[in-house]
Design a binder for this molecule. Structure first.
Ligand code: HEM
Length: 400
């Protein structure tokens, strides 16, 4: 009986489903098995990229899911649109039915309310432009200062603007939101810093440029604090963008669901309940945008006096969304960039480092299969949090 039902559903998915005409692998159009298999294997981001090479910039990844690989659809999906909300995938992060946090609620109104309450991260960074720094703060001492102005303190002090009462008066709410911030902020920054050091160690030319920049701006490691001097390190900042392009910590799609009434994406109408998304690992490898996609080239992010080049860089930046966009964009993005700049600048200023001889952990290799064959490209697993190994580096104090 079950077997017959399963066959009927697969037959329906293939021939009569509203997405029946959307291209994709035969098995993926019938069932969720291929997507689930690659999710278990940790290479779903690479599988998605492979399918874009075969089917073009739109394909059906499961019977009910369509993925896109162009910048037009990114804004269509993630911009502030009433008819697209986050998908039920996010509820998988719930520990129990009362565990409602900013990152696991799917109801748009509730999400916006939670988000308002956790605006603490904005307070850390002041100002609205991700490239504008707050007042100078020495994080090393600031986080443990006598008034204990750390993230937990901000959560504890947060006031609900509607009730004027403490936003997190219940212990379980405070714990849940703290956990969700840790989840959102730890693995993402850790993968990015790891990949950044991988690429710097693989590309001595880039490392030499970043080192020259940091060492010419600062005359001691203690000077490296948040402020205008650090924000003047444009090359280092470009290295971070280039790392996020090639090795984004959320490499597969951030799934969204179309609500009642359907939605138009890239000129096509998709019905209610269709899941849609764009995957960062593939978007960063879009040859029509970046050309030499497998080359770590921070210069692509730096404007020059040449007006054509300037326009090209502006277009690239406009279509690059490592922190997403719209009502679910990363509330920690300024903090993340500050943290990455601080850690990398201090390390580069104080030490010389290189790949440890004989170690190639984290590097692609011909035996790893399509999409992961290239040496000099960082490979990692996507297990919703990322699993990584390497690079193995050797450090020594810089020669003064
Ligand atoms: C390189 C580091 C980081 C990257 C690339 C990154 C990227 C992202 C992206 C793409 C999203 C959207 C997720 C989605 O739509 O499902 C997001 C959401 C979020 N991020 Fe980050 N993130 C980083 C670091 C951080 C840090 C350090 C924090 C805070 C401590 C943080 C807090 C959050 C929160 C709370 C959300 C959920 C926002 C919402 O649902 O309204 N992130 N991040």
């Amino acid at each position: 009986m079950h077997q017959r039902r399963r066959i009927t559903v697969r037959y329906y998915n293939l021939f009569f489903h509203p997405l029946a005409k959307t291209p994709g692998p035969l098995l993926a159009r019938m069932s969720t098995i291929p997507s689930f298999y690659h999710a278990c294997k940790g290479d779903r981001h690479v599988w998605i990229w492979q399918k874009f090479q075969i089917y073009g910039d739109t394909f059906r990844a499961t019977p009910n899911q369509v993925l896109f690989n162009n910048t037009r659809t990114y804004a269509d999906i993630h911009g502030y649109r009433a008819e697209i909300a986050c998908s039920s995938f996010y509820t998988a992060w719930k520990r129990d039915k009362d565990d409602d946090t900013m990152i696991n609620v799917t109801d748009t109104a509730l999400h916006m309310r939670k988000r308002k309450l956790v605006q603490l991260i904005e307070l850390l960074c002041e100002g609205s432009d991700p490239d504008t720094w707050s007042a100078s703060r020495n994080m090393a001492t600031w986080a443990v200062s006598s008034s204990r102005e750390d993230m937990l303190q901000f959560l504890l002090n947060a006031i609900d603007p509607e009730t004027k009462q403490p936003a997190f008066s219940k212990r379980n709410e405070l714990e849940a939101e703290t956990r969700s911030l840790l989840l959102a902020g730890t693995d993402t920054s850790s993968l990015t810093i790891t990949a950044l050091f991988f690429y710097l160690s693989q590309y001595p030319r880039v490392l030499a440029k970043a080192t020259a920049e940091v060492r010419s701006v600062f005359s001691s490691a203690d000077e490296i604090v948040l402020g205008t001097a650090l924000s003047s390190c444009k090359y280092l900042r470009a290295c971070i963008d280039e790392t996020l392009r090639m090795s984004h910590p959320a490499p597969s799609e951030l799934p969204r669901q179309i609500l009642a009434g359907g939605a138009e994406i890239d000129g096509h109408t998709y019905p209610a309940r269709t899941e849609v998304g764009c995957a960062a690992w593939s978007m960063g490898r879009d040859e029509s945008m970046y050309g030499d996609v497998n080359k770590y080239r921070p210069e692509r992010w730096i404007p020059s006096a040449d007006p054509d080049w300037e326009a090209e860089v502006r277009a690239l930046k406009k279509s690059f969304h490592p922190f997403s966009m719209g009502r679910m964009n990363c509330t920690g993005q300024r903090l993340a960039v500050l943290e990455l700049m601080l850690v990398s600048a201090r390390t580069i200023w104080a030490t010389d480092f290189r790949l440890a001889p004989g170690f190639s952990n984290g590097e692609g290799s011909p035996g790893m299969g399509w999409g992961q064959r290239l040496r000099g490209v960082y490979v990692y697993k996507d297990a919703y949090l990322t699993l990584k190994d390497g690079p193995v580096l050797q450090f020594k104090p810089r020669a003064l």
